[in-house]
Design a protein around this ligand. Sequence first.
Ligand code: SAM
Length: 276
Amino acid sequence: MLVYHLPGTFQTRETDLDALWEAGATGLEERAGTLRVYFDGRVPLPPSVSDGEWHEEADQDWQAEFRRTLRPVRAGRITIVAPWQQEEVEPGQLPLVIEPGMAFGTGHHATTRLAVEALSALGLDTRGPRGTGARVLDVGTGSGVLALAAALLGARFAFGVDIDPVTVPIARENAGINGVPASQVRFEEGTLGLDALTFPEEGVDAYDVVVANLYAELHDLLAGEYAAHLVPGGDLILTGILTGKLELVREALAREGFDDVRETVDGEWALVTARL
Ligand code: SAM
């Protein structure tokens, strides 16, 4: 790989950038006061950039770099790991294996981590009928991460639905990777509310916990549906909420009769828990 190292930054070299692209650059990167300009071969460069140097560098394996930099995510009693990181889970933590990059929900987004922490704090194994484990509904399941976390935490039954049909086989595959049986977790294309596809809820009509990592406006629209699918005293966990939109969610929860509303903020993201 041929890289031309040019002293400066995108800002100080702004007037040279067009000339570099015209000369055949295939990529530009700024690192520690040096512009790294990638070329397929050595080409004549204009005099304005003659203060740089050519370097022959080893090709970078971006896939390997990605795998190396990806870290396990610890959230409550769960540690979310990629398949090749299973040995990095500390004793006492429950490993949840998710293949990164297939559907939203690798644990690396703050909202997913906040939701797994909130599930972890609920004592799912002793909730539900006769204390035999909670029934959990995960709306917008993506990779299935939250439903699977609930199952690993002892939920008796976790049901993940998503409007995006692409996610369903991915979530099912993640269930298989984690050894969670079909009797404990189920994934289907579906949703709640006005634009509901068929919402398949055979056998279970109310849940002990509803969790949804969506966005504030949708939580506002779905708040009545969340209430309709919860048992009295059931727990609601909502995230995907930008802190600037918290008020919308607060008002929706008050309107639908939720109480014990609590908020956790991580940077620009918020998670809200409430009880019916
Ligand atoms: N639950 C995963 C997590 O916490 O990482 C994924 C959350 S991702 C931010 C939101 C998911 O919700 C996407 O997979 C998207 O397809 C799905 N979604 C968006 N609108 C939805 C709706 N109205 N009903 C059900 N799923 C929806």
